[in-house]
Design a protein around this ligand. Structure first.
Ligand code: TXD
Length: 319
């Protein structure tokens, strides 16, 4: 069986890390695309030379020509500009919306059957715009944020309880911003819900509240430390988990910025919800019971995403 083809649009910090992870996992042949001449080609050549050392076979190429994306099975989009200290994700909207228009055209014209994972910020608006511009079916265009936000929440909880990250399962809903909703009652350590762990005296409500707050500002914390850009190792690992679920039909339940039409009382919007990802792309939106606080927080997040879409339509009347 011919190898799958993975196209990475944006060959920057996340794009290069995506390429390395996909190659190490031998998910398929990899094409790195960027508008900067030389960067995708240089990174592709460098990554190819990892093959003999790490023991992977993958044809890794770099290009500045969208035609080289032809036939891609998976496309992961990081094209655009990242945050600098003092910038919010929403500040990127004007620049990155124009980038999504070009990227959407490139996908529509060269690989319309691909499963597209958007990473570019402000994520909830960019994934919606990318679907509009590309014209792909909504179940084949998804945003990566929830897997990263859940990974941050999981890491902080594992540190709090002094347990393996493998035994912590967390749930994050809503937008990829300050309004994201880490859902404590569905977050567990080896199946024990966090609220029960509080009752058992293994932590306190105050500590959990602080962890929720740190998760919400997890991106900003790294931007503040790096000063030159934003997180890229965990974002890349998170998107690769989603790509693998599609390529290997894993039916994984992953929090993702997915198209919702009716579930959670939300219509015609991309928002962070648990979905099943398999060979059909986003195969199902999982609707869970939310307590009043979580539902209110989700509604706040939905309103914040809607405001971003109004801004997008103000910039590009074709939307
Ligand atoms: O969880 C999440 N979704 C977020 C997303 C987590 C971390 C970072 N988040 C966002 O991903 C971040 O705010 C940015 O919007 C993207 C990409 O972050 P990255 O750190 O990879 O940015 P880089 O290193 O600047 O790479 C961006 C590349 C760079 O090489 C540019 O030349 C290229 O994008 N670029 C383009 N490629 C193709 N087409 C166009 N028009 C274009 N414009 C810039």
């Amino acid at each position: 069986m011919a190898r799958k083809k993975i196209a990475l649009i944006g060959a920057g910090n996340i794009g290069g890390t995506l390429a390395h992870l996909a190659a190490q996992k031998e998910l398929g042949d990899i094409v790195l695309f960027d508008v900067v001449d030389g960067v995708p080609q240089g990174k592709a050549l460098d990554l190819s030379q990892c093959g003999p050392v790490e023991g992977f076979d993958a044809k890794i190429t770099g290009t500045n020509d969208y035609a080289d994306l032809a036939g891609a099975d998976v496309v992961i989009v990081t094209a655009g500009v990242p945050r600098k200290p003092g910038m919010s994700r929403d500040d990127l909207l004007g620049i990155n919306l124009k980038v999504m228009k070009a990227v959407g055209e490139g996908i529509k014209n060269n690989c319309p059957d691909a499963f597209v994972i958007c990473i570019t910020n402000p994520l909830d608006a960019m994934v919606w715009a990318l679907r509009e511009f590309s014209g792909l079916p909504a179940n084949k265009v998804v945003g990566m944020a929830g897997v990263l936000d859940s990974a941050r929440f999981t890491t902080f909880l594992a540190w709090e309880f002094g347990v393996s990250v493998r035994d912590v399962n967390t749930f994050v809903l809503g937008g990829h911003g300050d309004t994201m909703v880490p859902v404590v009652q569905y977050s567990t350590v080896n199946g024990i819900p966090v609220p029960d762990l509080i009752k058992m005296g293994l932590t306190t409500q105050e500590k959990i509240d602080a962890i929720v707050a740190r998760t919400r500002s997890g991106g900003g914390e790294i931007v503040g430390l790096l000063k030159t850009g934003s997180a890229f190792y965990a974002p890349a690992a998170s998107a690769i988990a989603m790509a693998e679920a599609y390529l290997n039909d894993q039916k994984r339940i992953l929090p993702s910025a997915a198209y919702v039409n009716g579930e959670y009382g939300v219509n015609d919007l991309y928002v962070g919800v648990p979905v099943m990802i398999g060979a059909g792309g986003v195969e199902k939106v999982i609707e869970i019971e939310l307590d009043e606080e979580a539902r209110n927080n989700l509604n706040v997040s939905v309103e914040a995403v809607k405001e971003l879409l109004v801004a997008c339509k103000g910039i590009d009347p074709s939307l």
